[in-house]
Each structure stands twice: as C-alpha cells, then as structure tokens.
Design a protein around this ligand. Structure first.
Ligand SMILES: Cc1cc2nc3c(=O)[nH]c(=O)nc-3n(C[C@H](O)[C@H](O)[C@H](O)COP(=O)(O)OP(=O)(O)OC[C@H]3O[C@@H](n4cnc5c(N)ncnc54)[C@H](O)[C@@H]3O)c2cc1C
Ligand code: FES
Ligand code: FES
Length: 442
C-alpha cells in the first residue's frame, strides 16, 4: 500500500491522496482548494496555471504530482505577502491590465519568476501566457514597471524555506529512478506499460494502465560535455540550451532554436531528448542537429548503441532510452543559422516551417553547405540539391535564388489550414533567399 504523499505548497506541508500521476493543477484546485491557479487549456498553451516550483515558472497542468519530491510549490495565493507579488497585483490594477481576470494569476506568477531571475526581457517572461480580453500592452507595462523598480534596488528577501516535500519513492504508480540503469530496468520490467516522461510537455496521451517512469530529475542526463565528440545529455532542458555559452559558441543554430522555443514555463522542463524521442518533423532540435550529422545514443538493459539522428525516432526500440545526442566538434567560425516561422513566438513549429543552415565561408565562396528543413515533410529533410548549388561556387543573387528554389522543390509538407502546403513551400524559399542575401551579399 502506497504511503500518503506530503507536498510542500506555499511554505506549508500538505498531505494529499491524489494519484502521483495527477497533474499538480488538479491537486491544487480539487484537493487543496487553491483555486487561484486557473485551468485554461490543460495542455501547456495558455499559462493560466503557472506556479513556481523552487522559484521557477512551470505549467501546473503539465507537472505530475510525482515529480515534486523535495520541491517547494508556490501558487498565486502564496504570493499574497510577497513584496514583488503584491507590487505586481497593484501594478496590474493601476495599468488596467485586468478585465475578466482569468489569466491574471498566471501572468503575475510568471512575471514574479522572471523578475526574481533577473530576466532582461519582459516579453520573454510572459511569452508562455495568453490573455483573451485585455490585450497585452497594459500587462507588459505593469510588469515592466515592477521589473524596473526591482532592478533599481528593490530586493525580495522572502521566499520558500522549510522542510522539503516527500513523496513515497516506492509508490508503484509513479516510478522515479535514481540512475539511468534503474530507469532502463524499470522500462524493461514494465514493457508496454512503461511511459517515459522527461519534461512532460510533449502532450503524450498515456495508454490506460501506463506507469510513468520519470527521468527528468537525473543529473547524469543533464550534462553538456565537450569530450572527443560534443555530447548533449538527453535531459538538458531548452532553457539550459538557451543559456549555455558553450551551445551559443559551438552550435549557434541550436542556440537560436532555443531562443525561439516555447515560453519559460515550457523551456524550464522540456528536454532535447524528449524532442528527439517524439521525432515530430516540427521538433526544433531536429533540423538544428541534422546540419551537424548528429547521432543519438540509445540505452537499454541490453547495452548502448549510436544511431543516426534521422533513424532515432523510427529505429528506437520501446525499451530504449535516448541518453544523449553526439556530434563531431564543428569547425569554428561556420556561418550558421536557424529560422522558424510560427504563428507566435513560443509555439511549436508544426504550425509553419523552420530552416537550419550551416556552411564554411571562404571569402565569397561556401564549402560544406548543409541545409535542413523542419515541418516541410514527414521527417526533417536535407535539401541536398540546394546544398550542391551553393557549394564551391561564387555566391551571387542568381545562385541564392536557384538554391532557394531547389529547397522549395524538395519540400513536401502537409496541406492543412495551418497553413497550406504551398504556403509552407514558399516560406522555405523566402527564408533562404532573405537570410542568405542578408548574410552574404549585403
Ligand atoms: C506550449 C508548448 C510550446 C511548445 N513549443 C515548442 C517549440 O517551440 N518547439 C518544439 O520543438 N517543441 C515545442 N513544444 C513541444 C515539446 O515541448 C518539445 O518537443 C519538448 O522538447 C519535449 O520534451 P519533453 O522533455 O517535455 O518530452 P516529454 O513530454 O517528457 O516526452 C515526449 C515523448 O518522448 C518520450 N521521451 C522523452 N524523453 C525520452 C528519453 N530520454 N528516452 C526515450 N523516450 C523519451 C516520452 O515517452 C514521450 O513519448 C511545445 C509544447 C508546448 C506544450
Ligand atoms: S491550463 Fe493552460 S497552460 Fe496550463
Ligand atoms: S483579463 Fe480576461 S483573459 Fe486576460
């Protein structure tokens, strides 16, 4: 019989009986009656459910209870006596940033996390939150006021303290392995019933009876290591990729993908390994890594093997974990970029297209050109004809036009309302023409 769980919310310990697979949002609202945290979409898109976990913004709707051992949760109610929280609430009122008020707790909590973290961009702090009635100008103004006030000397010395929450480590409904080996053993033991979760932002529909195996807390998966090959652990989050000077220096296209990825609540937990394991043609890691001929390390109780990135999703056995992505150290000073066109910053690219580009530039010639297209076909596509047109030739407007047309020709996107296949193809040509002209000819 599983022990009752104790979670720490707003500096108090609370015994809860919810299943550890339950979203924190349901536990807060239904069991603890903390209804200030709102349920807008239940799928990570709207930010109405934003809470703090150890001070970091998270979507409560995507956070299973079982991931909270040793963590401190703070909801909007917990910010009542928090100086920054109080200032934000007052500033929202003064700026007319509240209409129906449904979105406001999520905005306040997200803003509080960003201000305390010293984020320089208010727009980025709020990127994961939607408001359907006020419009954003007043909200941004209110948060900017408080952020500036904080930067100019105001400091918050309150904050969560006290005993950590405890969850029963032997609860069979939610497996929290202590090592990669234990994780592989759990997946092998559970077979088809295993549901691996890293950040839990991939909107996985669990099969009835599935048992989560949560690998998001494993430190060994969270390393970026410049060994004989460059190695990024599967558990490295998109926020870490965005912040890492090493990633900006060595893999600028991946860093740019991280800059354009989700809002902070999603980036704080979503992992590069989850992106690869999902294998969606719209996954931002895939084009940014395809231009480096990356390999994926897979591990199971049977051992470890490396497979090419393109085969990682389809060729992975259900008992295999993605443990890392591995690539040769790129030559320094490559010309590299990642550009995504999506309906709004922070949305998955599946709605439009992305282009990743890498080449060695020698005066006005390019060598070793690599172009990968995301959401332009059932898998990520390498535009090899376009690569050849640009390789070892004098770069001119005509060459760029021909290469962009060749990339457009190879794109084979789905045709739907988000937008049509024809629109996506034209976006591929437009992005390449604009970026190459701007970077090579102007
Ligand atoms: C609001 C929102 C915005 C988003 N924005 C973007 C975006 O801008 N760009 C983008 O590419 N995606 C985006 N996504 C999709 C998602 O966040 C990413 O694909 C993310 O990288 C998934 O990682 P995760 O750790 O959350 O995976 P999870 O949700 O934990 O897992 C996803 C799948 O992979 C499996 N899995 C996870 N890790 C492993 C592993 N190590 N080994 C084996 N299997 C594993 C899981 O079993 C599951 O099937 C967004 C999602 C939301 C909700
Ligand atoms: S309820 Fe919309 S992001 Fe959680
Ligand atoms: S004030 Fe109504 S949704 Fe934002």
């Amino acid at each position: 019989m599983a022990e009752p769980h104790v979670i720490r919310v707003n500096e108090g310990d609370h015994e809860v009986v919810s299943d550890p697979r339950s979203p924190l949002l349901d536990v807060l609202r239904d069991e603890l009656r903390l209804t200030g945290t709102k349920d807008g979409c239940s799928e990570g898109e709207c930010g109405a459910c934003t809470v703090l976990v150890d001070g970091q913004a998270r979507m409560a709707c995507l956070t299973p209870l079982g991931t909270l051992a040793g963590r401190e949760v703070t909801t909007i109610e917990g910010l009542r006596d928090d100086p920054i929280g109080e200032r934000l609430v007052a500033a929202f009122g003064a700026a007319g940033a509240v209409q129906c008020g449904f979105c406001s707790p999520g905005f306040v909590v997200a803003a509080r996390a960003g201000i305390v973290a010293g984020d320089s961009s208010v727009l980025d702090m709020l990127r994961g939150n939607l408001c359907r009635c006020t419009g954003y100008a007043a909200i941004v103004e209110a948060v900017t006021d408080v952020a500036l006030e904080h930067r100019n000397g105001y400091r918050d010395h309150s904050g969560p303290q006290g005993r950590p929450a405890s969850l029963d480590p032997d609860d069979p409904r939610f497996i929290v392995p202590r090592s990669i080996t234990e994780a592989c053993e759990a997946v092998a033991r559970l077979g088809e019933d295993a549901l691996v979760i890293a950040g839990g932002t991939g909107r996985i529909m669990p099969a009835p009876g599935a048992t989560p195996v949560w690998i998001g807390g494993l430190p060994k998966l969270s390393r970026i290591e410049p060994l004989s090959k460059f190695r990024i652990g599967a558990g490295v989050t998109w926020e870490r990729l965005r912040m890492s000077g090493r990633i900006h220096h060595v893999l600028p296209a991946l860093a740019q993908a991280a800059e354009a990825f989700g809002g902070p609540q999603i980036r704080n937990v979503a992992t590069i390994g989850g992106n690869i394991a999902l294998g969606s043609p719209g996954g931002d890691a895939l084009p940014a890594l395809a231009i480096h001929d990356a390999s994926v390390e897979l591990r199971s109780t049977a051992g470890t093997r490396l497979v090419p990135l393109a085969e990682a999703a389809a060729g992975r056995r259900p008992d295999e974990l993605v443990t890392a992505v591995v690539l040769k150290h790129p030559e320094p000073d490559r010309l590299e970029f990642f550009v995504k066109v999506a309906p709004r910053k922070g949305r998955a690219v599946i709605d439009k297209v992305s282009v990743a580009f890498s080449a060695i530039r020698k005066e006005n010639r390019l060598a070793d050109v690599r172009i990968a297209l995301g959401s332009a076909g059932p898998t990520v596509i390498r535009a090899t004809a376009a690569e050849q047109l640009l390789t070892d030739s004098w770069v001119s407007a005509e060459r760029i036009a021909a290469a962009a047309a060749a990339a457009e020709a190879v794109a084979d996107p789905i045709d739907d309302v988000r937008p049509t296949a024809d629109h996506r193809r034209r976006l591929v040509r437009g992005i390449l023409t604009r970026e190459l002209t701007r970077r090579l000819l102007l």
